[in-house]
Design a protein around this ligand. Structure first.
Ligand SMILES: *[C@@H]1O[C@H](CO)[C@@H](O)[C@H](O)[C@H]1NC(C)=O
Length: 260
């Protein structure tokens, strides 16, 4: 009684499978000798069995057409056929960046795979995944702090933007007068000085500011923006100048641009 119930419940499944198989083009008995050879240079996205599960054919690579009744193409491993209207396009199953053993960041694991296939075809080492996410890189200061001119009692700031993987940590130091390499880690105990840092605007980027209000001649000088992560460090220097009057700001700005 029990086994017949199981059998009966399998009937629709078996029927479905038989319909699926017979829906294909007439798949005669498989004769591998009749199969067209694979291209000599190999397939960009590996090979798969054709819809009759007989001959090896090139699989479709990422971004290539797949599926559809007419075009019976299958996607390579790691890819899936994403339907778009009547036909489909092979898309990567995993949709995140990966770091390859060649030190390059790839958009997806599939992009890495096809780069590896190209490398191998050229007789180079295959590339594998070193880690999920981007490859680690030392920090780079993308926007260094500039030069600021203002009068005593005004409000000024210096900003600095750095990028790196892992996201760098930003610190500010004031270059002390006199001693060449003497630096004071900011904010120290200055009441009129604040340090602010936030992530972004881009991924793996960080932006920091030195905010001064009110400005006094004490804060005049060079400021170093310092970015560090596990891969290295980078720094850039900006400066704050205290001027006599507002008119000097315009004059100084023009001369600065003339220099550039
Ligand atoms: C100079 O100070 C004024 C007043 O605090 C401020 O509004 C202005 O943005 C400052 N200019 C610069 C270039 O920092």
């Amino acid at each position: 009684m029990k086994s017949s119930t199981v059998f009966l419940s399998l009937v629709p499944v078996l029927w479905f499978l038989s319909v699926r198989v017979s829906a294909g083009p007439t798949c005669g008995p498989c004769d591998p000798a009749q199969c067209a050879p694979l291209p000599e240079q190999g397939c960009r996205s590996g090979s798969v069995l054709d819809s009759c599960a007989c001959c090896s054919v090139c699989a479709a690579a990422e971004g290539e057409a797949c599926g559809s009744r007419v075009l019976r193409v299958r996607c390579g491993s790691g890819l899936e056929c994403v339907r778009k209207k009547k036909s489909g396009v092979c898309g990567c199953k995993s949709n995140y960046e990966v770091c390859g053993t060649d030190g390059t960041t790839y958009r997806t694991g599939c992009a890495l795979k096809s780069a590896s296939q190209v490398a191998e075809a050229e007789g180079k080492e295959p590339i594998s995944v070193q880690n999920k996410g981007r490859c680690a890189t030392a920090p780079v200061i993308v926007t260094p702090p500039g030069q600021v001119f203002n009068v005593s009692g005004s409000q000024v700031f210096l900003s600095c933007e750095a990028v790196g993987v892992p996201t760098p940590v930003l610190t500010w130091k004031k270059v002390l007068n006199g001693g060449k390499k003497k630096m004071e880690l900011l904010p120290g105990d200055r009441e009129n000085l604040a340090i602010q840092t936030r992530g972004g605007p881009e991924k793996h980027e960080v932006t920091g500011w030195v905010l001064i209000s009110p400005l006094t001649t004490e804060e005049e000088g060079s400021y170093e923006c310092h970015a560090t992560n596990s891969k290295g460090e980078a720094s850039a220097v900006g400066a704050i100048h205290v001027v006599e009057s507002i008119d000097d700001i315009i004059v100084k700005k023009v001369t600065k641009e003339d220099e550039l």
